[in-house]
Design a protein around this ligand. Structure first.
Ligand code: FES
Length: 272
């Protein structure tokens, strides 16, 4: 059982939770994730660690209410306990001095991007961060990103903040302006797909962090399998980060769509 130390409302459906997890806080690195479960029969949900404080023994998770399990988690309050938090899982992000790096984060994908931006900056990179959301309210962690980036570009679909346009337009603006050596993209699968199509055109190596359905988190169940470069890979043990130009996003989107239908039915049953 892990206690919720604090809960903050980021936007309508996005929450920041600081959770007691001293061992995870001590050993986590950028890119690592945890699997969280609410209730004994709860579904296991992978969430990337946005921050950790080894002194206080806490980790920070950013959760968006999108389905049944995330809604259950977001209903918990300060002082409540989460049934279990397992981690750190996955492989840490490969960080080096690439040169100029563009980090594109969409929606809650901005949260797992934060430790990557911080680590890239600490390794001596010039970091340009592109934050994207549908509207102003959905732009999160701007202040923290500004502290660790050389430049922050904000894109909103409706133009309510920053520039009006898609995340890909913000990334392309940078690519056309200066030499970009590396790109990181985290956000909805469809967003990562389009960023990868763009950076492939310009031959810029791009890493993506995938957030698929996960069950056991140990490479045994196969729930998180994807195809990368024609080979089957498991996001939980081989990832969550992969060479975005090799990921079969269309297959991944199809599988995620199938799970969405099952989830919709489950939510429906609860409403009845
Ligand atoms: Fe089961 Fe990855 S979650 S194999």
């Amino acid at each position: 059982m892990n206690k919720i130390i604090s809960k903050e409302h980021f936007s309508e459906k996005v929450f920041k939770l600081v959770i007691e997890a001293p061992l995870i806080a001590k050993s986590r690195k950028a890119g690592h994730f945890v699997i969280v479960r609410v209730g004994e029969k709860g579904e296991r949900m992978p969430l990337t660690i946005a921050a950790a404080d080894p002194v206080k023994g806490t980790i920070t998770l950013v959760v968006q209410e999108v389905g049944l399990s995330s809604t259950r988690l977001c209903e918990l309050n300060e002082g409540d306990y989460i049934t279990d938090v397992v981690g750190p899982l996955g492989k840490a992000t490969h960080i080096e001095n690439f040169g100029t790096v563009v980090c594109a984060g969409g929606g809650v994908g901005v949260a797992p991007m934060l430790p990557i931006v911080q680590a890239l900056k600490a390794a001596g990179n010039r970091v340009i961060t592109v934050l994207a959301g549908r509207t102003k309210d959905l732009i999160i962690l701007e202040k923290e990103m500004r502290e660790s980036s050389d430049e922050v570009i904000i894109m909103t679909d409706d133009g309510s903040y920053g520039k009006k346009g898609l995340v890909t337009e913000g990334v392309e603006e940078v690519i056309k302006r200066e030499k970009v050596d590396k790109c990181f993209a985290i956000g909805p699968a469809i967003m990562m797909k389009f960023i990868c199509l763009l950076t492939k055109k310009y031959e810029i190596p791009t890493d993506v962090s995938l957030n698929t359905i996960m069950v056991d988190g140990t490479g045994m169940c196969g729930a998180c399998r994807i195809t990368v470069g024609g080979k089957t890979r498991f996001v939980c043990v081989d990832g969550p980060e992969f060479d975005g130009h090799q990921v079969d996003f269309d297959e991944m989107l199809k599988r995620m769509g199938a799970f969405k239908d099952i989830e919709r039915e489950e939510i429906h049953k609860l409403d009845e």
